[in-house]
Design a protein around this ligand. Structure first.
Ligand SMILES: Cc1cc2nc3c(=O)[nH]c(=O)nc-3n(C[C@H](O)[C@H](O)[C@H](O)COP(=O)(O)OP(=O)(O)OC[C@H]3O[C@@H](n4cnc5c(N)ncnc54)[C@H](O)[C@@H]3O)c2cc1C
Length: 540
């Protein structure tokens, strides 16, 4: 995704630069199908690398689909267009981890703004109005869903407050706000259209086999799949969280033990390459409506859903971010860390130092499979925002054509289990309990997944709730962290111990950002391009 962005910006900042962008997939910028609304219909298609995770211990051996964009523009070609910024706490803790304020919230804010063409001027200190991506919302596209005001009221009744300006993308996200998407009147905006590549030489359908590193540990170019060697004064890797660590390892840059196992000559022993993998887990649930004839859900006879404006975005209105009681979190951290007596130092653990939203909760106005979209159900999607489970990416062989080995190590910590138990109970109370208008007037009951009991806010045991995540937790496709800043790259994105080599993509994010990650990845690439341009003496 950001390879295009970085190439485009570097050419803009330094027009004399000669830049070659090499992409394994095709250029689909002129493919009208790509821009259509049905956002995720490319998962498993020809622009998806189509990975599978290793059997997940935390999921009793289940393997998870791990889609990943394979085209000029990477993930932007197949992603869901959800536009979410993490909280101030996310970026401030990132800056703390790497000891560089450029990566704090204030440090990254100018670059978030640079990526945004925000749809209103209500929060102008927080948003750009003339950036690269059109950002829209249900209200800005006049998609007033029949249940939207009811959902809003239900969150208020549940003591989850509306965020100022209905905006959860302004640094504070405990509460609820409107959905945002990077669409232009509903159309997907892919990276090569948002960031033009005029003057950049682009080689598509070409796999990079390795980075050429000389005897003095200087990157001098790349080797392509057909053996061609391309000299370069500098190499920037932007192959994403799965393939960037693979490419480094294939080039002799990675954990020595792994390289030895595959007979790859070690250029630099960098044990952290491929470590610190993290991803957000999502769980969907279906909820049966008391009276489907009211036309609350897509698939019902409500004619409003056939109007073109309702085809401009995902069928939901609000996104709510909720916390987990601190005592439960402390106990879980104590268990994970084996702290005697169960008392943890609040200054020690990142989840205790700041206030965090730990679960994203969305009510969607349609059913999720296996329930048909027939207007009888709505659904919820929950996404755990700050997982502490960490996985890894490594190589299967020394063959660049082989898929990397992806082990997300989902659901491996007591913190993650605690967050899910609490949040599943809460969503059951929110959707079907007496405390909210949704439960009292709209939702009849939770529709159990075939073979499972209904989740019950009061009655479901921890073990039962764990079994639901094990059976139904899926990836939200936000893999990151595998070449973390501070460990593998420095705060100017240079690979430690290797000259003339940088990494700019999701793999450098050192923490679990509490939001869908594309806005963060775009912003980090904006800042990276400025860092590089300044290094070359360009005044920006
Ligand atoms: C199905 C899906 C839905 C998503 N939905 C959302 C969403 O709604 N909101 C959100 O915020 N985020 C979403 N994401 C996540 C977001 O798209 C990614 O975080 C983002 O694409 C990461 O950007 P990147 O530049 O790090 O890597 P990528 O976008 O993966 O780009 C890496 C590029 O490098 C190419 N490449 C890899 N290896 C080589 C090689 N050896 N030689 C040449 N080229 C190579 C790949 O083909 C790819 O084009 C989604 C992701 C997916 C897959």
């Amino acid at each position: 995704m950001v390879a295009t962005e970085v190439a485009s910006r570097l050419k803009q900042y330094q027009p004399s630069a000669r830049i070659l962008l090499v992409e394994a997939g095709p250029d689909v910028s002129n493919d009208p199908d790509i821009l259509q609304f049905s956002t995720l219909n490319f998962i498993g298609g020809k622009f998806d690398w189509g990975y599978k995770s290793t059997p997940q211990k935390g999921y009793d051996g289940r393997q998870i689909d791990v889609p990943s964009g394979r085209a000029l523009g990477g993930g932007s070609v197949i992603n869901g267009c959800g536009w979410f910024r993490g909280s101030r706490s996310d970026y401030d803790s990132w800056a703390e981890v790497v000891n560089d304020q450029r990566w704090s919230y204030e440090g990254q804010l100018p670059y978030f703004k640079k990526t945004e063409k925000w749809y209103n001027d209500k929060n102008s200190d927080e948003h750009g109005r003339s950036g690269t991506m059109h950002i829209e919302s249900p209200i800005s596209t006049n998609r007033i869903y029949p249940l939207a005001s009811t959902v809003e009221k239900a969150w208020e009744e549940f003591h989850v407050r509306q965020l100022p300006h209905n905006d959860s993308n302004a640094g504070a996200n405990i509460g609820f706000g409107e959905l945002n998407e990077n669409r232009a009147q509903g159309a997907r905006q892919i990276a090569p259209l948002a960031y033009p590549l005029d003057g950049v030489t682009v080689l598509t359908n070409t796999l990079v086999n390795s980075i050429i590193v000389d005897a003095s540990n200087k990157a001098t170019g790349i080797q392509l799949g057909d053996g061609t060697k391309v000299h370069a004064d500098e190499v920037i890797v932007a192959a994403g969280a799965y393939r960037t660590p693979q490419l480094l390892m294939l080039s002799g840059l990675g954990p020595k033990e792994t390289l030895d196992r595959h007979d790859i000559a070690v250029k630099a022993d960098i044990p952290d390459v491929g470590q610190n993998f993290n991803d957000h887990v999502m769980v969907y649930l279906n909820w049966k409506l008391k009276d489907p004839s009211k036309g609350f859900a897509i698939g019902s006879s409500n004619e409003i859903f056939a109007e073109p404006r309702f085809a401009t975005g995902t069928p939901l209105s609000h996104v709510a971010y909720t916390e987990v009681p601190r005592a439960a979190l402390e106990a879980a951290i104590a268990k994970d860390e084996g702290v005697n007596g169960g008392v943890v130092d609040p200054n020690h653990h990142h989840l205790l130092k700041r206030d965090w939203a730990l679960m994203e909760n969305i009510v969607m106005y349609l059913a999720i499979p296996p329930v048909p979209t027939d207007g009888t159900h709505i659904s919820t999607a929950q996404m755990a925002l700050k997982p502490t489970s960490r996985g890894s990416v490594t190589i299967a062989s020394a063959d660049p054509a082989d898929a990397p080995v992806i082990d997300p190590n989902y659901f491996a910590t007591e913190v993650d289990r605690t967050v899910w138990r609490h949040s599943l109970r809460r969503i059951a109370a929110f959707m079907a309990g007496e405390d909210t208008v949704l439960g009292r007037e709209v939702v009849a009951e939770k529709t159990p997944f075939p073979g499972f009991e209904r989740i019950d806010a009061a009655g479901s045991s921890d073990a039962y709730l764990d079994s639901r995540v094990k059976a139904h937790g899926v990836s939200t496709f936000h893999g990151c962290g595998t070449c973390s800043m501070g460990k593998v790259v420095d705060t100017e994105l240079r690979v430690k111990g290797v000259e003339n080599l940088r990494i700019i993509d999701a793999s450098v994010i050192p923490i679990a950002v509490g939001a869908h990650i594309q806005a963060t990845v775009y912003a980090l690439a904006e800042q990276a391009a400025v860092i590089i341009a300044k290094e070359k003496g360009v005044a920006i």
